[in-house]
Structures are given as structure tokens and as C-alpha cells.
Design a protein around this ligand. Structure first.
Ligand SMILES: Cc1cc2nc3c(=O)[nH]c(=O)nc-3n(C[C@H](O)[C@H](O)[C@H](O)COP(=O)(O)OP(=O)(O)OC[C@H]3O[C@@H](n4cnc5c(N)ncnc54)[C@H](O)[C@@H]3O)c2cc1C
Length: 80
């Protein structure tokens, strides 16, 4: 028997901020970027197709690296 529970993520509180699908998943690109610059997401609550521990961990790492990359670029002095 395969027990499947909790298919809808708890993302109601994000309404009117980042883009969600009609299944309330946070829309992310392959870098974990959401529709709002500087906000990244990962794991089961996103449009990541597979909901498994190892994929959630991988997408968490990707989102963290993308956030780091975003901060480095966003804080670079103008003209550099
Ligand atoms: C019954 C079941 C069996 C599973 N078996 C397997 C398996 O054998 N192998 C496998 O790889 N995967 C399995 N999974 C899937 C795996 O558990 C998930 O893919 C993984 O936990 C996703 O990690 P996550 O960090 O994205 O989300 P989660 O582990 O769900 O973590 C999200 C966290 O956010 C917290 N949270 C939610 N809303 C808020 C809020 N508003 N404010 C603050 N915190 C909040 C939650 O309490 C939770 O601690 C199973 C899942 C279920 C339900």
C-alpha cells in the first residue's frame, strides 16, 4: 500500500506575493527563482516535479546557491 497525504502545500500565506499554480505550488525556474526577484524556493511546495527527500535537498541547495549569487550581484558596486 502506498500512503499519499498532504498533496496541497501550505502556501496560502504567499497569495499576492509570488506566483502560485492552481495547485498552490510556488512557480520556480531551474535555479529556484520565484516570480519575485531575490526570492527563491525549494522542495515539495514548489513546481519541482518529484516530491522526494533527495530532490528537496538538491533543490534546497540550488535555491541557496542562487540566493547567494543574487546577493553577490545585487550588492556589486555600480560600474564594476
Ligand atoms: C507519508 C509520506 C511518506 C514519504 N516517504 C518518502 C520516502 O520514503 N522517501 C522520500 O524520499 N520521500 C518521501 N516522502 C516525501 C518527503 O517527505 C518530502 O519530499 C520531503 O520531506 C520534502 O521536504 P521539504 O523540505 O520540501 O518539505 P517538508 O519536509 O514538508 O518541510 C516543510 C516544513 O515547513 C513547515 N511549515 C509549513 N508551513 C509553514 C509556515 N507557514 N511557517 C513555518 N513553517 C512552516 C512544516 O511544518 C515542515 O516542517 C514522503 C512523504 C509522505 C507525506
Amino acid at each position: 500500500m502506498f500512503v499519499q497525504i498532504g498533496l496541497l502545500p501550505n502556501t496560502e500565506w504567499l497569495d499576492d506575493t509570488v506566483e502560485l499554480t492552481d495547485r498552490r505550488e510556488i512557480v520556480v525556474d531551474d535555479r529556484g527563482a520565484t516570480s519575485v526577484p531575490g526570492i527563491f524556493a525549494a522542495g515539495d511546495a514548489t513546481t519541482e516535479p518529484y516530491k522526494q527527500i533527495v530532490t528537496a535537498m538538491g533543490s534546497g541547495s540550488t535555491a541557496a546557491l542562487s540566493a547567494f549569487d543574487h546577493l553577490i550581484r545585487a550588492s556589486a558596486p555600480v560600474g564594476s
